[in-house]
Write a protein that binds this ligand. Structure first.
Ligand code: HEC
Length: 136
């Protein structure tokens, strides 16, 4: 009986440091999450920040986004493009869809622009082509 009790005590004593060590082990998923750091396309807040669009409403300039037309893609475009220059250089363009594709590639290849998720790229290029095009 006595032997049993001391065995139980020994297990309890040994158990504490073992549990403490297990808890202090870094969580590999947490490291990955904080390393990501950059805003991504699946940012859950993006949907809340995006203003609801009434397709009938006239599109107005959003002064908080450098005066870009306030439509889907404005916010992504603002954050993607104003790292290097203002929105003025964008707003003055009336160029073809193909030229926007070329410019995107030039910004990536020659200026080192960060290439976002493919969905974000599509949203931004669609936005640029919808609002700063010579074709429509
Ligand atoms: C990594 C830096 C960088 C980023 C990010 C960037 N640009 Fe540029 N962009 C430049 C530089 C440098 C120039 C040429 C110098 C200038 O005129 O300021 C330029 C020029 C331009 C021009 C003028 C091109 C011409 O024919 O004169 C347009 C339009 C443009 N950028 C659009 C964009 C758009 C749209 C985005 C976002 C999708 C973007 N840029 C993101 C660096 C960048």
């Amino acid at each position: 009986m006595r032997a049993l009790i001391s065995a139980a005590v020994a297990v309890a004593l040994l158990g504490i440091p073992a549990a403490t060590m297990a808890q202090s082990r870094p969580d590999p998923m947490r490291a990955a999450a904080s390393a990501a750091g950059t805003p991504s396309a699946d940012d859950p807040m993006a949907a809340l920040r995006a203003p609801a669009q009434d397709p009938e409403a006239e599109i107005s300039a959003n002064e908080e986004l450098g005066g870009l037309p306030d439509a889907r893609g404005a916010e992504d475009t603002f954050y993607q493009c104003t790292a290097c220059h203002s929105t003025e250089i964008i707003k003055q363009q009336r160029i073809t869809d193909a030229r926007w594709d070329d410019l995107w590639q030039w910004m990536v290849d020659e200026q080192g622009m960060f290439e976002p998720e493919p969905e974000t790229k599509t949203v931004i290029l669609d936005y640029l082509k919808a609002h700063f095009s010579s074709e429509r």
